[in-house]
Design a protein around this ligand. Sequence first.
Ligand code: NAP
Length: 258
Amino acid sequence: MGVLDGRHALVTGGGSGIGAAIARTLAEQGAAVAVAGRSAGPLERMAAECPRVTPIVADVTDAAACAAMVAAARTTHGPIDIVVANAGAAESRPAARMDLAHWQRMIGVNLTGGFLTVSAALPGMLDEAKRDGGERRIVFIASTAALKGYPYVAAYCAAKHGVVGLARALAAELAPTGITVNAVCPGYTDTPMLEQSLQNITAKTGRTREEAARDLARLNPQGRFITPEEVAATVLWLCSPAAGSVTGQAISISGGEV
Ligand code: NAP
């Protein structure tokens, strides 16, 4: 018996890193999980590993694709109980060299992508909540960049701060419906996104990968990177009945960095 037996979760960006850990953790606790992303390969590998996981190819920056993603998830597993808006990307730029295209890419995937994902799923979740009075969950994967500024990632920080604002406003509005809305804010986490950042730092500064990793890990007072499983454990708790009165929160998972 898992705490999520009979539940249906949609996890965007579920083919790698934090999203894959979340999808595995929710599936281990009994949920049927639809994982979405742009590349079919990683999603299909996840589905091959986990019997309760279904792959859906979708780009969260495209409203029609988000509507189709939600429709496909409902067709496969029935009404959606849990949405984890995790898909995201981080590009760095010095402030003076940010251009509109960079800004729109960062806002597009990290903020608008979460909005489109939730907008596509919410009407169905509200209908079901009205019908059965049950609890449902929306979890955004934001970042410590939603709670403080970092150099060279102003657009990413602005998008992630926006995610927390969106989560708080939705939480206030949806509280009477039984849908909780929270944002999880990891510090530097050991995923392909972090590896890409380390390679960029190495290419731009000439420092070795190990030096770059040590400097980033030092930002965490515990002196290490967060693991995807630690983020997934908090998402699992938020999705469990035990967290029914937790809503509108931005939860830092950062070893005390924030
Ligand atoms: P990751 O391994 O690169 O995962 C990002 C996922 O998002 C990928 O599966 C990617 O799949 C998907 N994705 C990207 N753009 C998409 C789009 N337009 N439509 C649909 N899916 C898209 O990185 P991660 O570290 O696990 O990141 C997951 C989330 O955690 C992100 O929101 C990130 O901002 C946040 N976060 C990460 C860290 C960190 O240090 N790693 C820290 C704090 C917060 P496709 O490329 O196949 O689409």
